[in-house]
Design a protein around this ligand. Sequence first.
Ligand SMILES: [Ca+2]
Ligand SMILES: [Ca+2]
Ligand SMILES: [Ca+2]
Ligand SMILES: [Ca+2]
Length: 254
Amino acid sequence: MKAPTCQSSPLKGGPELVGPSRRDWLWILFSFFICCGLSIEDAFALEIIDFEESVADDDHQQAYPADGPPYVEDGFLVRASGNTPQLLANNPAQDNIGNGPDGGSKHMSALAPLIPGGGFQGSSILIERTDASLFSVIELDVSEYSSVFDVPLNLQFVGVSTGGIVTQYFVTDGVNDGAGPLNDFEHLVLDPIFTQLSSFEILGLPGARSGLLAVDNITVDNIRPVAEPSSYLLVGFGLAILVAMKNFPSRRKV
Ligand SMILES: [Ca+2]
Ligand SMILES: [Ca+2]
Ligand SMILES: [Ca+2]
Ligand SMILES: [Ca+2]
């Protein structure tokens, strides 16, 4: 019997250790980026509060009194606050009757008590999340209340953030011809300071023919204080696979 020689490979006949192929690496990278994508989606999920979920129809405005249930959309509560008696959801048909701003879709208006002798005390719309978690506000459409109030409206935006209170002022163009051809709403991109908010308030400051406001298409960022634990686990799992696969070929050479 011929004695075995030492020339044969020690791995011959046993399970052959094979390093990751290019296809394996592509799969690992794909999984990793999917995990990262899930995590990013958790942190940045834009929503637009457009008030289309209001039951306001051609014949009826929908009132949301300050002491009643708020308007709810996309996990956000919208309500009147301060000295504002109520919010009114309107649709274009009502706008045409009441000379309200016509943006072609439903919007929300804020009313306010009259000042004896003229003007209004100022109005407000307050936004919070239903689960009290933090959020950001990015942009919105604003308008004067109606063609009767076709003077520039002084607005103040107030955010209560984890770092304190942030504010921004804006004066509207005073253009509001209701169903007429002019653009009543203005699109406003806010300064990037309205982040990590617990509440966001739009104030129509008092004025002789001003103080009442209308808003639509409030773009909010559903940013969360921390990413979902499941996302961290997924990313951690992907990283662990990468590290393990990186070390694997070096052990094979021993
Ligand atoms: Ca929406
Ligand atoms: Ca709308
Ligand atoms: Ca118009
Ligand atoms: Ca306007």
